[in-house]
Design a binder for this molecule. Structure first.
Ligand code: G3P
Ligand code: MG
Length: 242
């Protein structure tokens, strides 16, 4: 049996991918009802300008559509089945659903306008009383992330890596990143310690077992993205889905 986990931030990955279709309102609601600290989802900007939730650039794996999402009309995307009858949500619909019930990690999946468009949507929420700290914007595309930070400097950003950067934690300082998100198989304790010395927590993706979480915490990781929040949390009562 595993030793008890130290306090760990639990983030639902693509909603709660192990329990409901990924990047859908149902998945995000599932994660929130389980009492996650926050939810992570992937956002793309359609050539029409709309922001929508989808991980892949293509439609086949998660919807009943075909081809590149960017080559379909936005109306066509919205008619697709994203799993169990769920639709491809817009960013605004998603934020309406979350309604400040947890932290919101928006991962920028496209570039060339995505950062600025997300900044506009977040600015509208801040004007409605959301706290900037409620959001964390992340990306593997660090220049796009930097563009987001310039457009919306008050919202924390996180650099995403699926490896270990040659420049080490110095790159985090260059970006002004508040934290760093790391692939679980590339968590390097020295890199995590260097980030922590500068006050930057490290979270790891995708962590689905208590043993893996335990191992990562010994390397300094303080948060996890999980497809299975129920393995780490007990359900809590939240407002019913509208
Ligand atoms: O943001 C953490 C994680 O979601 C990054 O990888 O491929 O699942 O978007 P991916
Ligand atoms: Mg993601």
């Amino acid at each position: 049996m595993s030793a008890p986990l130290p306090p760990l931030t639990i983030i639902g990955h693509r909603g709660a991918r192990g329990l409901a279709p990924e990047n859908t309102l149902a998945g995000i609601e599932t994660a929130l009802r389980l009492g996650v600290d926050g939810v992570e989802f992937d956002v793309q900007r359609h050539p029409d300008g709309a922001l929508f939730l989808l991980h892949d650039l293509t439609l086949e794996r998660t919807t009943n559509g075909r081809g590149l999402a960017a080559t379909q009309s936005f109306d066509t995307l919205r008619r697709l089945d994203a799993g169990q009858g769920e639709r491809v949500p817009t960013l605004d619909e998603t934020l309406d659903l979350i309604d400040r019930r947890g932290r919101v990690n928006i991962e920028l999946k496209t570039w060339g306008g995505c950062a600025e468009a997300v900044a506009v949507v977040i600015a509208a929420r801040l004007a409605q009383g959301w706290d900037a700290e409620q959001f964390i914007v992340s990306s593997f595309h660090l220049p796009e992330l930097q563009r987001f930070a310039r457009a919306q400097p008050n919202v924390p950003i996180a650099a995403l890596y699926c490896g270990v950067p040659l420049a080490g934690a110095a790159e985090l300082a260059t970006l002004g990143a508040a934290q760093v998100h790391l692939a679980d198989e590339f968590v390097d304790a020295d890199f995590v310690a260097a980030a922590a010395r500068d006050g930057r927590p490290a979270w790891a993706y995708t962590v689905n077992t208590l043993d893996a979480a335990q191992r990562l915490t010994t390397m300094g990781v303080s948060g996890i993205f999980t497809d299975h929040p129920e393995r780490f949390l007990r359900p809590v009562a939240t407002a019913p889905m509208q």
